[in-house]
Design a protein around this ligand. Structure first.
Ligand SMILES: *Cc1c(COP(=O)(O)O)cnc(C)c1O
Length: 370
């Protein structure tokens, strides 16, 4: 009997992407084996951290890497490092900062809500979030204006499809904060496939989720300059105690990095494109449905499928179809951010062929009942 039957849990077909409330991702068998093995072993945990840091650096091309409980934890710890550094007495006293810098500047459109407000991750470190520009637009001059006020600790940028407004040039923003001798942190939680591009902006720390496209157990990867990664690790002996990665998560991260390094990325990309193209071709045959492959707005290297409903011909609108898919068994979950404009967006990356077949069959059945 599977875990769902044993505990009477709802079976899920997740076409909503790396969505935390649905269990985020599917790990490869080698990752699951590494986690299972780690659970029944002892380790010198510092050694495990060092090995993982070296693997993260090798994979990303950065100077150094570290593992935290998750990216939310990584943001709090990176901000702590920017505020007080990593000296043991300052780490032990934190969040008492003895009058040190506590302002964290970010473009207003980067104050995202990824299930909770990112600003809360800053406040958890005792930092004061300072928004630059407006939701629609933040220029480098807007950022510089905020960075120049006394008590500024660092700049935080977010690379995500959740970001609002005109894009901020990340490399220019990083250069602006570096001119002031302060560090730049980029939250690229779901952007592990673009980690090298994010590091190329010159950011001191780039944070990515191990459990999103890398498909490891839940963990945050802190990647970047040696001195700043060391300062984040120093906070393991401070507030980071509440944000530590488990031994099994670190071992899972090691296995997931090996899987990624062995992956033929261009073949993978072609598979994703084919999968979406086949799905789109079948959906287009349904009455009142226009289907298309669409690119990720934040530059991730795979397409998603978008269904646009013509309510007159389909007999229902996008929200009603999403609701019907959700209500069935297994529950089928789609991306719902564009329902208001009449679109359902589906991410097919982790889905098996049979699951995609189930989606096609269910959509056809729901529309034919109308
Ligand atoms: C998922 C996500 C996070 C949080 O990552 P966790 O590892 O779940 O803490 C932070 N920022 C963005 C933009 C995200 O998409």
């Amino acid at each position: 009997m599977g875990i769902h039957e044993t505990h009477h849990l709802t079976p899920v077909i997740n076409a909503a992407g790396t969505f935390t409330p649905l269990g985020v991702s599917r790990s490869a068998p080698a990752v699951a084996r590494a986690v299972a093995e780690a659970l029944s072993e002892f380790f010198v945990v510092d050694e495990l951290h060092d090995v993982a840091g070296a693997a993260i650096a090798r994979w990303s091309g950065a100077e150094a890497g570290a593992v935290t409980h998750c990216v939310a934890a990584g943001i709090t710890l990176a901000v702590a490092a920017a505020m007080v550094g990593g000296a043991p007495e300052r780490v032990a006293a934190f969040p008492d900062i003895a009058g040190g810098p506590d302002r964290v500047v970010l473009p207003a459109g980067h104050a995202v809500d990824y299930g909770h407000p990112i600003l809360q991750d800053l406040r958890l470190a005792g930092a004061v979030p300072v928004l630059a520009g407006t939701d629609g637009r933040c220029t480098i001059a807007d950022l510089e204006d905020r960075l120049d006020a006394p008590g500024t600790a660092c700049l935080l940028l977010v690379s995500s499809r959740l970001v609002r407004g005109e894009p901020v040039d990340l490399a220019e923003a990083v250069a602006a904060v570096h001119r002031r001798g302060l560090p730049a942190i980029i939250d690229g939680a779901a952007q592990d496939l673009r980690v090298r591009a994010l590091l190329a902006t010159g950011a001191d720390l780039v944070l990515v989720s191990a459990q999103k496209y890398l498909a490891a157990p839940t963990a945050g990867l802190v990647i970047g300059k040696r001195e700043w990664v060391a300062a984040v690790r120093a906070h393991e002996k401070g507030i980071g105690r509440a944000m530590k990665p488990s031994k099994e998560a670190i071992c899972g991260v090691l296995a997931a990095i090996e899987e990624r390094e062995a992956l033929d990325q261009s073949a993978w990309r072609t598979r994703q494109e084919d999968k979406v193209a086949r799905f789109v071709a079948r959906m287009t045959r349904l009455p009142g449905v226009a289907a298309a492959a669409i690119a990720d707005p934040a530059g991730m290297p795979f397409p998603r499928a978008r269904l646009t409903l013509d309510p007159d011909r389909a007999g229902m609108d996008a929200a009603a179809l999403a609701g019907a898919l959700r209500a069935g068994t297994p529950t089928i979950r789609v991306m719902e951010h564009a329902l208001g404009e009449g679109h359902i967006v589906l991410e097919l990356v982790p889905l098996h062929d049979e699951e995609i077949e189930s989606i096609v069959a269910r959509v056809a059945a729901v529309l034919s009942e109308r």
